[in-house]
Design a protein around this ligand. Structure first.
Ligand SMILES: Nc1ncnc2c1ncn2[C@@H]1O[C@H](COP(=O)(O)OP(=O)(O)O)[C@@H](O)[C@H]1O
Ligand SMILES: [Mg+2]
Length: 499
């Protein structure tokens, strides 16, 4: 569907300021549709080269508080003024839609939209044509509507820098109060009276001055002073919350009163508070988990320092490292409130962690190619732990003895100190699965090694996580291509639901 600006730019002569005025009108006119129990159309005349009284529909709104009479969306359509010129007041005007007339049961009347002294558009009001007895409230609402329509004609509505309807603001159906220029209350709808009750105003408010009733209603006199719509939320302790919006009414430059919309938002605020406290609780839990993981990790390293045997110490340090890689994923997870985790952040930290634990005096270069993008929170932790193990193995075992003999293409070659340790991580995510390849140019896997049968702890964990938990595959081979010598570990993880 085309927007007002698109339609106006493409098909009419309106200048940007006028378009802006109409845009603001569209931000405010739902109030008029509700007060008049009518469908409204906003029309802009087509340039005079076209038919003399042809218009394009640039806006349409339905009332919120009664059934619509226009089931079709007419925005973008052309309308023509039919038959004889202005009919008597109160009589329906004749308009034709793309040369098909509106249903004869519709009553149509129009008024102009003025901006800086010129008429830039026309509003059509469409109501049910059938005569019915008009209730008192209907009459009072329609009067309020007529006062707004006059403001539109005089260029005083919409207001220069404030939309009347903003997200969450009260609507006519929530409760309407009308006051005169001296803030004396002319009438309050039943819903409005209920909202006033909640504020502790029990006496019938009609005829009273708002400032006598309650200081909660101060916003109305302020709105009349600044001649702009104002909103305030008032309440008693945390038990009651009422939203009050005052829209000044102006006639011939004089402030003549205000339409005050009131909405009891007590329940909405209670829910807001609940959500807020849930959010805080979740943040608190994240915080505690993080602290606990940190504590476990430092306990393990403390203990490792006290153990004298090499095997015991490295086992404790290994455990400490595993906890750290879980903590790392947790950290990223708790930062991101949604179900998808940007895995790149995790990779960066895992690489830094592996760099830290390089055992040789020579630095090992770790290169990352590609990325995994966003990964389901559910698989992020096992994925990170598996990756951490494989990376750790590469920096820990591959370059343990840089001068060790390695077999390349059937020949034994002696590696020299100057050989730079390199680990390469290739990442790919095609949406249906993840593939990770970790290659190093180190000493290569031991003779007769098999990832499927090895009983060592690190790789058993990797195998279990990738194959059983994530339903993926893992393969580790001596590297015969690429970097030359060394080890190549390749694993895949499916991303579809059939995991
Ligand atoms: N990238 C690698 N290069 C050389 N050897 C490796 C590599 N990865 C694993 N290995 C060998 O596989 C063994 C098993 O690894 P793992 O299960 O992680 O146990 P750990 O790391 O505790 O020794 C290692 O001890 C090592 O001999
Ligand atoms: Mg290991």
């Amino acid at each position: 569907m085309a927007t007002l600006a698109e339609l106006a730019n493409l098909r009419t002569d309106l200048d940007p300021d006028a378009i802006d005025h109409l845009q603001r009108f569209l931000g405010s006119w739902s109030l008029m549709a509700d007060l008049s129990f009518s469908d409204l159309l906003l029309l802009v005349p087509l340039p005079s080269s076209n038919a003399p009284a042809a218009f394009v529909v640039v806006g349409q709104i339905r009332p919120n508080n009664c059934p619509t009479r226009l089931t079709h969306d007419l925005v973008g359509q052309t309308l023509e003024r039919g038959g004889q010129e202005p009919t008597q007041p109160g009589r329906s005007e004749r308009w034709e839609l793309n040369s098909a007339p509106f249903s004869p049961t519709l009553r149509i009347e129009s008024f102009p939209v003025s901006f800086e002294g010129r008429q830039i558009a026309t509003v059509l009001r469409l109501t049910g044509g059938l005569q019915h007895t008009v209730s008192l409230y209907e009459q009072l609402y329609t009067d309020a509507y007529s006062r707004l329509a006059r403001m539109v004609k005089e260029g005083a509505f919409p207001f220069a820098d404030a939309d009347v309807y903003v997200e969450g603001s009260p609507r006519v159906g929530d409760g309407v109060i009308v006051v005169d220029g001296a803030i004396q209350l002319e009438f309050a709808s039943p819903n409005a009276a209920t909202a006033l009750h909640r504020l502790g105003i029990f006496s019938p408010p009609e005829g009273r001055y708002l400032d006598e009733l309650s200081s909660d209603l101060d916003v109305v006199s302020r709105a009349l002073e600044v001649v702009e719509p104002l909103v305030a939320e008032v309440g008693r302790r945390s038990e009651v919350a009422v939203l009050i919006q005052a829209i000044p009414l102006v006639a011939a430059g004089e402030v003549t009163g205000a339409i005050v919309l009131v909405r009891d938002v007590t329940d909405v605020r209670r829910l807001d508070r609940l959500v807020l406290s849930k959010d805080t609780a979740i943040r608190e839990v994240h915080h505690r988990v993080k602290n606990n993981l940190q504590t476990i990790s430092s306990l393990l390293s403390l203990q490792a320092r006290r153990v004298t045997g090499h095997e015991g110490r490295s086992a404790l340090l290994e455990a400490e490292r595993r906890v750290r890689s879980i903590a790392l994923v947790h950290e990223v997870l708790s930062r991101e409130p949604n179900d998808q985790v940007p895995f790149d952040d995790i990779i960066t930290s895992l690489v830094a962690m592996a760099q830290d634990s390089v055992v040789t005096d020579q630095a090992v270069e770790i290169i990352v190619n590609g990325d995994l993008g966003e990964v389901d929170a559910e698989i992020a932790t096992p994925l990170a732990v598996a990756l951490a193990e494989l990376l750790q193995n590469a920096v820990e075992h591959a370059f343990a003895r840089p001068d060790a003999a390695v077999e390349v293409d059937g020949h034994w070659v002696i590696r020299h100190e100057e050989l730079r340790g390199k680990v390469q991580i290739d990442l790919a995510n095609d949406g249906s699965g993840i593939e990770v390849v970790i290659t190093d140019n180190g000493r290569g896997l031991p003779e007769d090694f098999s990832i499927q049968t090895t009983t060592s702890l690190g790789l058993s964990i990797v195998r279990d996580l990738l194959q059983s938990q994530l339903g993926g595959t893992i393969d580790m081979q001596r590297n015969v291509t690429g970097l030359g010598g060394g080890t190549i570990a390749r694993f895949t993880v499916p991303l579809s639901q059939d995991r």
